[in-house]
Ligand binder design. Structure first.
Ligand code: FE
Length: 254
């Protein structure tokens, strides 16, 4: 399996603390059936700054260590960029790293409590530069939870989304789990990833999430998500279904 969002690089953010932990995480990922991981450290999120050149160096070192330790896992390049007024300046300065450095997909994080007013504009401007933003864990954003229609609008505008495996299996509570289900039902999710930070509470639950998706939504849906991650690695076209708008609330029922 392919994991497109993971904090596995040593000592760069709130994920792995050092190379030993990164190797432990890698072993756990392999045990969980994962073969490819995009290392996506936080960038511009008020706490962490991790620019493209640093990530490239560190990912190369981790790949080398994996090889030396006979761990069958490949680390790909990535970055989790917090939506920010300076995102285009950072892009001009070559600090932004798209997935696999191909210039086509970028993991974009919203602040957890809200959706900034300039979000639609950033989504639009990124696409003008040939970059499709993948909004990470929209199911954990408070404003989107309260206003589902806004998520539909972001996807209509061309953004893709990635749900976190832990959300799907209920690790973040019932509300986030049921919102994840709704997002999938309305064709507003395109990838599932672990967003793993460690081997404990934020670990590699990708397989469990796919099992839940198969049970709740059918196996076709699981194939769909897995295929999208494969297509992304191969640099091929993704399978994107038409988003379904949320119905207006009638008598308090969606
Ligand atoms: Fe993350």
């Amino acid at each position: 399996m392919i994991d497109i969002h993971c904090h596995i690089l040593p000592g760069v953010d709130d994920g792995s603390a050092d190379m030993k932990e990164s190797l432990n995480m890698s072993r756990k990922a392999v045990e969980a059936g994962i073969t490819h991981i995009f290392a996506t450290p936080h960038h511009l999120n008020e706490k962490f700054v991790n620019v493209k050149s640093d990530i490239i160096d560190r990912a190369a070192r981790l790949n080398e260590s994996l090889h030396q330790n006979n761990i069958p896992l490949t680390i790909h390049l990535g970055q989790e960029v917090r939506i920010h007024q300076d995102i285009f300046t950072s892009l001009e300065k070559e600090e932004i790293l798209t997935l696999d450095d191909k210039g086509t997909y970028l993991l974009l994080e919203l602040p957890s409590g809200r959706v900034p007013t300039y979000t639609l504009e950033v989504i639009y401007e990124l696409q003008l530069k040939g970059i499709t933003p993948i909004i990470v864990h929209p199911e954990r954003n408070k404003e989107l939870f309260e206003n589902h229609k806004l998520l539909f609008e972001l996807v209509q505008e061309g953004a893709l989304t990635q749900l976190t495996s832990g959300s799907i299996i209920g690790n973040f509570g019932k509300n986030i789990q049921s919102f994840s289900k709704k997002i999938i039902e309305h064709n507003l999710a395109h990838f599932i990833a672990t967003d793993a930070h460690n081997i404990g509470s934020r670990g590699f639950t990708l397989q469990q999430a796919y099992e839940t998706i198969t049970k709740v939504h059918g196996i076709e849906r699981t194939f769909h998500f897995k295929e999208n991650a494969e297509q992304l690695i191969k640099g091929k076209r993704l399978f994107i279904e038409r988003p379904v708008p949320f119905k207006k609330k009638i008598l308090g029922i969606f």
